[in-house]
Ligand binder design. Structure first.
Ligand code: ZN
Ligand code: ZN
Length: 367
């Protein structure tokens, strides 16, 4: 069958929106009609090569849709089911999965972009095979994906809201609640108030943090941060963010600092912002070759902790329906995250708006 998708052929060149041939689902795979796909910074990182695929790749890893057909052996899903796409494939039975670290599942030793049997489902007009980002590629009208990437949701949730839970919301809220387990009354700094950072902020609100200090260089994003629950804002373009955070916390530093940019400089800032025995949590996905340098003795003598958080340490089938329930109860902001809707053909405009800091989240909607 045919599908229109957003494809990266060359790093740092405009993304190509074109018609591709999509194969039918094989065993334990599912065909999905995409409802919506968020535009996340990690998509742009694939365009720049910071997240590296060694050949042409269809973009998108934050999406939701409706099942059209299922392959042999699929028993947990039926046509008509609404699903969020998880961007990790997990087995549920390996050592990491049994330790509740399903995002670090050890079972699938398949190179990035391929389906689990090591083959492709997408081909362009000249027959060239196309990878699927995160094995899903949500910036496509239709997707064939492993059933292990699916999270069934109640049918009444709007797909454009559910899509955001597929990456940004889960990554941000999960970093606070699952990875760091922030305690009530804590002080928290969040460096980077973009689509994921805003969700770290609302995660800190859910954790009942006492002070939530948002750090960014864009005044517009700091205004948004306040709407999502930041108690204090620091414009890092106007003042030293480490000093400013110390000032807010009576010279101590915060209990938790979250870095949501993926830049070695701001990762070090996060480390320096926390009090002794505090925790710096790195959420932002840095360039795959970037390295960080820290004062080694200080790390020991102050017992600071530096930890990574991938996909909010989530268990997709447990946490994503919970997040939608919180939305329904009015405890989680999803409507406010969506700044603008785009058609698939506007993907390059959506990236330009992201780089200009225009959007909390841009969302591509499909018919
Ligand atoms: Zn993402
Ligand atoms: Zn596993």
């Amino acid at each position: 069958m045919k599908t229109r998708a957003a494809v990266v052929y060359e790093h740092n060149e405009p993304v190509v929106v074109e018609e591709l041939e999509l194969e039918e689902p094989k065993s334990n795979e599912v065909l999905i009609r995409t409802g919506a796909s968020g535009v996340c910074h990690s998509d742009l990182s694939v365009v720049t090569g910071a997240i590296y695929y060694n050949d042409a790749v269809a973009l998108g890893h934050e999406g939701a849709g409706t099942i059209e057909r299922v392959g042999d052996g699929v028993t947990d899903f039926c046509p008509g089911d609404r699903v969020i796409l998880s961007f990790v494939t997990y087995c549920g039975t390996c050592r990491m999965c049994l330790m509740d670290k399903v995002c670090l599942c050890e079972s699938y030793d398949v190179p990035r972009g391929f389906q689990l049997d090591g083959t492709y489902r997408l081909y362009n007009k000249s027959g060239k095979p196309i990878y699927q980002m995160a094995r899903i590629a949500t910036m496509s009208e239709y997707m064939v994906v492993p059933e292990q990437n699916l999270v069934k949701i109640a049918p009444h949730y709007p797909l454009e809201k559910a899509a955001l839970v597929g990456c940004g919301v889960t990554t941000g809220v999960g970093a606070v609640l699952n990875t760091a387990r922030v305690e009530p009354g804590s002080t928290v700094a969040v460096i980077g108030a973009g689509g994921v950072g805003l969700n770290v902020i609302q995660g800190a609100v859910l954790a009942r943090a006492e002070r939530i200090i948002a750090v960014d260089i864009a005044a517009k994003k700091l205004d948004l941060a306040k709407r999502f629950g930041a108690t204090d804002v620091v414009n890092a373009g106007a003042s030293d963010p480490i000093e400013a955070v110390r000032e807010v916390t009576a010279g101590l530093g915060v209990d938790y600092a979250f870095e949501v940019i993926g830049n070695p400089k701001t990762i070090v800032q996060a480390y320096r912002m926390v009090r002794a025995a505090g925790t710096a949590v790195i959420v932002g996905m840095a360039h795959h070759e970037a390295e960080v340098s820290l004062p080694a003795q200080h790390l020991v003598s102050t017992e600071r902790q530096l930890i990574g958080s991938f996909y909010g340490s989530c268990r997709p089938r447990v946490d994503m329906p919970k997040l939608l329930s919180l939305y329904e109860e009015g405890k989680l902001k999803l409507d406010e995250l969506i700044t603008r809707h785009y058609r698939l053909e506007q993907i390059n405009e959506a990236f330009a708006d992201m780089e200009a800091g225009e959007n909390a989240r841009g969302v591509i909607v499909f018919d």
